[in-house]
Design a protein. Structure first.
Length: 761
């Protein structure tokens, strides 16, 4: 807008009366906000508009590059996500929650008592305020600004409703008194008032959803940063085992959204009727007098008491519903994830039973909520719609029936002022009609506001259930203590008197006090002491379930040792038996957990990657799958052995000092397995192999055997000791002497064939 036209607009605004200025100012402010949102929104709308305006569209290669890159690391530590959208690439800057902010907010999330039930208590307010501090990090943040604007429009709507009620009365009065001019004027005003009223309504809806979305983004980012924390917390790994929380996906996706929807709807449902109640009561009290107003308040008190008494525990019901929803979702997710295994067993029918059971439990619960609601809503409707209306009729009738004609609602306009009761019975009727219509409308609005408030009470209870769900997730994630730091700058792995066992459920709560679980799981491996220098390859063996992988978990830092001291260099890569395939391109599979920008930074090229694939006998993949950037569901595309080879390809890409190979070549043919082991050793990688295959022993210098008798004992022997070599020598002599006899066996065979008349061709 040009500056001259702005100042002209300012002058015009000044000429308007303060009352008529308010809606116009609100309109202008909101237009400015919408405009600034278009400009400031990081990427999404603006990039598209700007690029469309310039007629500049990214080439398909740019989009492919963006798909591969995913994000760009910025100098300030933030990341800029590249999101291909239609024919454009949108850039969205994401600032991670600083670890210090996570650490300081953890004090606001003490664990709830195990006996906690959601309700409107102080605990609910504490939980809500802890969560809201994440959604509204400061008073000056954009969310706070939207909230203020939203509240302003909510109040403006109520002010406009009062105006509409008054105008309504005035129009009917003019109609009854056959005042055509006044009637037409009233109608004109009616249409004028409709403009800010309808605009206010749409702004309220818009601001409510945009506030909800913004809060969701903040909460989701915070939860992601917390959940996907790297060492020393690894919360995504430990939240189930040590935190005892199942189905985190339901919490992070559906529950956050449900919580915020409930919160933002509730805010509107609470502010509007509360303001309505105050303003309408004020308007009405002028016509009802002190005793009428007192009766009105008595009416509020009685109805609120009745409804409180009949309100079921909606909070608890909502919490249970979310949990059952999560169980059902997890069931459906499991079938999708394990589809092939289920199909091999033809287990569809069995899975159907399991899913149907989960769904039936959910539906039964929802149905029972519906049934409980019938009785509650019946009482609510009866009280609010009929009891309140009847009380309203009674209250309006008092001044009318007692012959009082005190002016209600709208004061007659100056032009209509001479029309007083003394001018004749018609005017008296007209005035009473005006008063009645205004008051009636106010009373109906009052009953509506009361109904909404009562609904808000029920919504508030439901919000308490959703708050408890979200709070439980955040407090459980926060409660996981740091894992001990086991890394140092040396080139060797040392374990001294280490006990390895399944970590206990981290905290259980009794009477709001933290207590470490009393029953620590007995160690699987006891008093393990070993020292592994670079170049000393260790093989760990033992029967199933003795704790071989448990040792790998301790070495990786996933489980804290139950006793003793573990020290290892930073560069230890653990390759599990079940190879994990990341969402992304073929190239992403090899470089995982590196991202594309890290790969570029490392200076490696596609030629290097090809050499790696050749060393694991997967060189045919890029050509077969359509290139390095092909994106597929690799978990389904690659065979079990191919996936395991890909796991080894990662080892060759990262070249760590130590690689823990946890039966990660069990599905690979022996010849290829051997060549991969040799290759790893030639790259200078020290191997720690967990395997039951004796054929792998020859690639190692030490053998750690775990006893299968439950004692947790271990024995460490050197592979290739003098005794072992003597054993091998004995075997060689034995075989050689047998080979010496081969000639005599062949002669005997020919003799036998001759006797049987079998001719050798
Ligand atoms: N999260 C867990 N919760 C409870 N028990 C566990 C957990 N993880 C492992 N265990 C138990 O710890 C024991 C050792 O497990 P581990 O995976 O180390 O066995 P393993 O020696 O590697 O066996 P395998 O040769 O079959 O792979 C097993 O009895 C297993 O059931």
């Amino acid at each position: 807008m040009a500056p001259e036209s702005m100042s002209e607009l300012g002058k015009r605004l000044q000429r308007l009366s303060p009352k008529s200025r308010t809606p116009i100012l609100a309109l202008l402010v909101s237009i400015l906000i919408l405009r600034s949102r278009l400009i400031d929104a990081p990427g999404l709308v603006y990039t598209r508009l700007r690029e469309a305006a310039k007629g500049k569209r990214p080439a398909p290669e740019d989009i492919e590059e963006a798909l591969q890159k995913v994000y760009i690391d910025e100098a300030d530590g933030s990341k800029t996500l590249l999101v291909p959208y239609g024919k454009n690439v949108n850039k969205i800057n994401i600032k991670p929650t600083p670890p210090s902010a996570l650490a300081s907010s953890s004090k606001s999330f003490p664990l709830l008592s195990s006996s906690h039930k959601p309700s409107l208590s102080r605990s609910f307010l504490r939980q809500l305020s802890s969560i809201l501090r994440i959604a509204f990090p400061s008073l000056t943040c954009r969310e706070s600004f939207i909230l203020v604007l939203h509240s302003f429009f909510l109040i403006l709507r109520t002010v406009l409703s009062v105006g509409v009620a008054k105008l309504d009365g005035r129009i009917v009065k003019d109609l009854v008194s056959a005042n055509g001019k006044g009637f037409l004027k009233g109608l004109g005003l009616w249409f004028l008032l409709a403009i800010p009223s309808t605009y206010t309504n749409s702004m309220i809806r818009h601001l409510q959803s945009s506030l909800s979305l913004r809060m969701r983004t903040r909460l989701t980012r915070y939860t992601h940063d917390l959940y996907l924390s790297s060492f020393p917390h690894l919360r995504y790994y430990r939240v189930g085992l040590e935190g005892g929380l199942e189905g985190v996906d339901q919490y992070i996706t559906a529950d956050i959204a449900a919580f915020l929807d409930s919160l933002s709807t509730l805010y509107g449902n609470l502010i509007k009727p509360s303001t309505d109640l105050v303003l309408f009561t004020l308007s009405l009290s002028r016509s009802l007098g002190p005793s009428g107003t007192a009766l009105l308040f008595l009416n509020y008190y009685v109805t609120a008491s009745i409804l409180r008494a009949v309100t079921p525990a909606f909070g608890r019901l909502a919490e249970v519903e979310r949990r059952l929803e999560g169980e059902f979702r997890a069931g459906v997710g499991r079938v999708g994830r394990e589809a092939e295994e289920i199909a091999f067993y033809d287990g569809g029918k069995r899975e159907l039973d399991i899913l149907w059971r989960a769904y039936t439990r959910l539906i039964k619960h929802v149905n029972s909520i519906f049934k409980i609601r019938i009785a509650y809503e019946w009482t609510e409707d009866y009280v609010i719609k009929y009891l309140w209306s009847a009380a309203g009729y009674g209250l309006i009738s008092i001044p009318v029936l007692m012959g009082k004609t005190r002016s209600l609602g709208v004061q007659a306009s100056p032009s209509s002022k001479p029309n007083t009761d003394s001018d004749g019975p018609d005017n008296a009727v007209a005035n009473r009609t005006e008063n009645y219509i205004s008051s009636r409308r106010l009373l109906l609005s009052l009953a509506d506001a009361g109904g909404r408030l009562m609904y808000a009470y029920k919504d508030l209870l439901e919000l308490s259930g959703l708050t408890t769900r979200l709070y439980t997730l955040l407090s459980t994630l926060h409660s996981l203590p740091r894992l001990p730091d086991i890394t140092n700058a040396s080139d060797e792995i040392t374990l001294e008197h280490v006990d390895v066992g399944v970590p206990p459920l981290n905290f259980v709560l009794a009477d709001d006090e933290y207590e470490v679980q009393a029953t620590i799981n007995p160690p699987l491996v006891r008093d393990l002491t070993l020292r592994l220098r670079k170049g000393e390859h260790l093989m760990i063996t033992g029967s199933n379930g003795v704790g071989k992988t448990a040792i790998a978990r301790v070495l990786a830092g996933l489980w804290a040792p139950q006793g003793g001291v573990v020290q290892r260099p930073d560069e230890v890569l653990v390759v599990p038996q079940r190879a994990y395939m990341v969402a992304g391109s073929l190239l992403d599979q090899i470089i995982y957990p590196h991202s594309y920008p890290q790969y570029v930074k490392s200076g490696k090229t596609e030629k290097d990657l090809m050499e790696i694939l050749e060393s694991v006998h997967l060189a045919y993949l890029p050509a077969r799958e359509g290139g390095w950037r092909t994106r597929k569901e690799w978990r389904d595309v690659l065979s079990g052995g191919e996936k395991q080879r890909m796991g080894m390809a990662r080892v060759f890409y990262h070249k760590p000092k130590f690689a823990v190979l946890d039966e990660c070549t069990s599905a690979v043919s022996s010849d290829v397995e051997g060549r991969m082991y040799e290759h790893a050793k030639s790259l200078g990688i020290t191997l720690i192999t967990i395997s039951l295959r004796p054929s792998l022993t020859r690639y190692h210098t030490q053998l750690l055997s775990l006893s299968g008798d439950g004692s947790g004992r271990t024995s460490l022997t050197r592979v290739g000791t003098a005794e072992e070599r003597m054993g091998i020598d004995r075997e060689i002599i034995n075989l050689e002497s047998k080979l010496g006899e081969v000639e005599s066996w062949r002669q005997r065979l020919e003799e036998l064939n001759g006797q049987l008349g079998i001719q050798k061709h």
